[in-house]
Write a protein of this length. Structure first.
Length: 174
């Protein structure tokens, strides 16, 4: 890719911020500016509408939406909101498992559930599909060198997601 795409990363802040910072610091993409714990707490204290407005503003400017999937990511209500909002905005989407990235204590976690498989879409006439039906399986990096595997594949994952969404938008006729 010639221009660095702007990425909106969705993740479980409390449990996975250290793992997600590793991905966000990969130089091939321009991520949404990391929010400090103090800033995030201020947004949350301002109420649900403030959180939604923050998400909506940052998603609107993104070229691609990536969920960094940790052990409990799929259960997080704001992650669910972000996925649904990104889908409604027709954003290219991709998931990346981060359970094998190490935290400061060099720990890994258990693999989480694919959050795209937990959200149903009403396709009309009683037909339901999952968002995961329209996406490839999330990247599950090599456990022996998860970070390098993500570094090696991130550019292609993003370009493939952008290409795939163009095709999907045309076929679904939004």
């Amino acid at each position: 890719m010639s221009k660095k795409p702007k990425i909106f990363y969705s993740f479980h802040y409390e449990l996975d911020v250290i793992r997600t910072q590793q991905v966000r610091n990969i130089g091939s993409v321009e991520g949404n500016k990391p929010v400090s714990p103090i800033e995030w707490e201020q947004v949350k204290r301002s109420g649900d509408n403030a959180v939604k407005n923050w998400i909506d503003k940052n998603l609107a400017n993104a070229d691609c939406f990536i969920v960094l999937i940790g052990q409990q990511t799929s259960a997080r209500p704001w992650v669910r909101y972000e996925i649904e909002k990104a889908w409604s905005l027709k954003k290219p989407m991709q998931g990346i498992y981060i359970h094998n990235l190490r935290d400061f204590q060099l720990r890994v976690t258990n693999k989480g559930v694919n959050p795209f498989s937990t959200i149903s879409l009403n396709m009309g006439y009683g037909n339901q599909k999952k968002i995961s039906d329209y996406l490839p399986s999330p990247l599950d990096p090599n456990p022996y060198n998860a970070y390098q595997d993500i570094v090696n594949k991130l550019d292609k994952l993003i370009s493939d997601a952008i290409h795939r969404r163009r095709i999907l938008n045309a076929s679904l006729r939004f």
